[in-house]
Design a protein around this ligand. Sequence first.
Ligand code: GLC
Length: 685
Amino acid sequence: MAERNHGLPLSRRRIIWEETNGSVGEKPFLLRPKLIQFRLDTGARESAGKRNAMIRRFAMGTPFTTDTVIREIEPESMERFPFEHRTEDGTFVFSFRMEKDEIVYGLGETVRGINKRGWTYRSWCSDEPNQTETKQALYAAHNLLIHGKHGIFIDFPGEIRWDIGDTRVDETSVTVSGTDLDIYLIQEDAPLAIVREFRGLIGQSYIPPFWAFGFQQCRWSYFTAEEVRQVIRGYDDAKIPLDCVYLDIDYMERYKNFTVDRKAFPDFERFVRETKEKGIHLIPIIDAGVKKEEGYSVYEEGRERGYFLKNAEGTDFEGAVWPGAVGFPDFLRPEVREWFGKQYRHLTDMGVDGFWNDMNEPAVFYSAKGLKNALDEAEESRGKNLDLNGFFHLKNAFTGLANNPADYGDMHHLIGGKLISHPKVHNLYGASMTRAAGEFFEKEFGKEKILLFSRSSMTGSHRYGGIWFGDNNSWWAHILQCLKMLPSVNMCGYLYCGADLGGFGENSTRDLVLRFLALGVFTPLMRNHSALGTRSQECFRFENPEDFRDVVTVRYRLIPYLYGLLRRASEENGMMFRPLSFDYPDDPIARECETQLMLGDECMIAPVYEQNASGRTVYLPEDMAFFKLSGERVTKEILPKGLHYVNIALNEVPVFVKRGKRVPLCRPAMRTADLDGKPEEYLEF
Ligand code: GLC
């Protein structure tokens, strides 16, 4: 077994972040990343032999190379695969029994609980703007399941169904939509040990620049430079810290990637400089589809070089997204990734140093073929008396246009001279777009220089960028949904992540934005974002913006600590956020608690997630110090192990610190660049 590409083997890359571990000790806590020093421990933590024994690979057929796994492990014959399995109609099915109280973890970005039991999930990257609990798939394919002493990772880029005690309460049954696949089995004593082994297998997680931990404001859209200036002014006048403002699709000229609408943003280069001088990073969106337009160089180049997805006939597949007809770059091909990656230079040359990649499942509003069929049906319906069937048939012809399975079936990748049908590799698409950008940034600027995160992902892209959880809603339930995803995506490699705070779709309210932010204080990506047509939800627009200042200020006091946690989790293949059940496996209440999380080795977080609640019930699995943080104010109370009701005002952020631990707080600032690097005080127990 050898490690490919990734420098020192993990066992020799054990990096000890003494300065950032936050534990009680003599070491000073250094805040600025350039000042943080680390020591390489070259002693082997685990012998390679032992690690070999823990991970087994089972291969079937000719698996598609996804590049997700970075270590080579000799495959064993499927006959030795320890779970009941069979092939059936071109699928591979395996199943295992679950004990009554066993928890099943994994699958990363999904709806529902941290414990995945009782539902069927699908790995099928989906443009899903309505994240209700009855959905089976969101934007990601994170194919890791943890069950007892086993981690099961399926390295396969097509659809997988995970029926986890849904059909039969005591059985998990997994259906892989193909018979060319790799399955890795990781055997370890505890879930965190399984996660560490798994993460060693897939390579180190992306680390963003330090400033990406600052507070970020987004909206679809700030249409002009002047609107962006107003947002920055609004935050500055209200004295609410801020580091980034986003540019959604309307900064572009007719939604063309790598262009800028010069009427709305005249002299964009100067504008980027102007905002940088104010300490603000502008983060433009990039969509997967490239507008089909004569004279638009990116499109013409892509077409001439044959870089766009094909249809079954071998000509360019024609689908539509924001700009109407687009070509979808075939990101699975290295030469296309290289070409697309270089396009970001249009914007980095102007001083831009952060991007969010979107619509890369890929989302398809309609295809040329699909729209033609629907319009033909409408034409045929003209003048007819449409009864129940007739009406719904016509309606569905239009509502079914977007992200239609027939269109995905018509898409083809040209790999090694052969057309490969898109559904076979669907889940790799968005991940490969992230890779295209990430590889370019690393080559051009080095690591940790450019902020990058994506909507769609498949494990593997965690090495190149972060993720956000897509189009949630301004619903109270989505605070908890975000909380539950955090440890799950951490398991699968995604550390830089977060939800649209305040909720993306529908109108938010002041109290919801505040409570959402109080969770967002801890998420590496802390971004307020809302959809076109919804109520504005920038913090300074609400009554008593001081409350928002109090919450966001707490974030800035915690940034060096949080940044250190992410770094360490990346270097050591650990998790920033863990379910309580990871840390207290024998505590029956902690095992079921899914409204609180362990953060780092020091603390526990428990946000308020219900409207009109002046606090919440919290379970302490051991004695803890309960801190309420608000602006620069801190209150402390020691609480014994057990259940408590704690009051938490709208402008307060609760944190629970374990005995013998401490969390450093620094002096706040309006920008991350102005954080001074010294701990001012500690949350200590
Ligand atoms: C998608 C994204 C959302 C963005 C919108 C417009 O819905 O998920 O974040 O604001 O497109 O670009």
